[in-house]
Design a binder for this molecule. Structure first.
Ligand code: AMP
Length: 279
């Protein structure tokens, strides 16, 4: 496995990769959710590129950019263990050299839910993804369902800007108690860790309601009830939305249940797709 830190070394290493290239962009602090993406890439590509970059553009001024968990040595060992061929770990100045100011803006999708809660977040995501896609030139890029709105944003920019690549979305990897794996879970105390399982329980309650014929309002109330009962969970939103637009769900076909909440000082998100007409 080759590790590169500069754009110029990445270009050189990329030029030596033959066949189909799978790409897994991450912010590091790798866990089984990330590694499932690397595994999937390994199974479907001739070469796998992983990037590790804590992208400052997607953090708001009062968010956890400086304290975001970093574990480079363990990440490199884990990526190598899954068979990654090339890891790109740039410094911020390498990705955004002095004077760089262009941004990719995604439109209405980028302003809803997560975008409303974290202004500028999805423009930051879209900008770094565009920069990485241009550098890595993957045939397939792998993303996790865990960040469902990010997936929708990436698909939108791939369509709008015309990259010749496939976006492969992999299911959310969870702990035994249902909590979605996240690099931010390390911030949780033992009590908070227990309270945090309410996000998954809320999504399941919402899904049960939808499958029993409930509309979005009732599904949202079921989710809020579970989150409220957990104690210590400060809900930002619990919604039943259209999975493509993140706007309102019209009551038929696929619906995406999405939740965001603060448990202590840690902000967590989770989601669950539900297919009413197929079940
Ligand atoms: P991050 O490092 O948090 O930016 O995540 C990098 C990629 O891993 C994104 O595509 C995430 O959606 C994905 N990911 C993060 N957590 C999980 C999880 N629990 N299951 C599956 N994919 C995940």
């Amino acid at each position: 496995m080759e590790v590169v830190r500069t754009v110029s070394d990445l270009r050189t290493a990329r030029a030596h990769l033959g066949g189909r290239v799978g790409f897994v962009p991450t912010m590091g602090a790798l866990h089984e959710g990330h590694l499932a993406l690397v595994k999937a890439a390994k199974g479907a590509s001739d070469a796998v590129v992983v990037s590790i970059f804590v992208n400052p553009l997607q953090f708001g001024p009062h968010e956890d950019l400086t304290s975001y968990p970093r574990s480079e040595d363990a990440d490199l060992a884990a990526a190598e263990g899954e068979g990654a061929d090339l890891v790109f770990i740039p410094e911020s100045e390498e990705m955004y050299p002095a004077g760089s100011s262009s941004r990719v803006t995604v439109g209405p999708l980028g302003g809803r839910l997560e975008g409303a809660a974290r202004p500028g977040h999805f423009d930051g995501v879209a900008t770094v993804v565009a920069r990485l896609f241009n550098l890595v030139q993957p045939d397939i890029a792998y993303f996790g369902q865990k960040d469902a709105q990010q997936v929708a944003v990436v698909k939108q920019i791939v369509r709008d800007l015309g990259w010749p690549l496939a976006v492969d979305v992999r299911p959310t990897v969870r702990a035994d108690d249902g909590l979605a794996l996240s690099s931010r879970n390390v911030y949780l105390s033992t009590t908070e860790r227990r309270q945090a399982t309410s996000l998954w329980r809320a999504l399941q309650a919402g899904a049960t309601a939808i499958l029993a014929g409930a509309g979005p309002g009732d599904a949202e109330r079921s989710m809020l009830e579970v989150l409220g009962a957990a104690g210590g969970v400060d809900v930002e939103y619990a919604r039943a939305v259209d999975p493509g637009t993140f706007g309102g769900w019209d009551g038929s076909g696929e619906v995406l249940l999405v939740v965001a909440a603060k448990v202590g000082r840690t902000r967590l998100i989770d989601n669950l797709p539900v297919y009413r007409d197929r079940q």
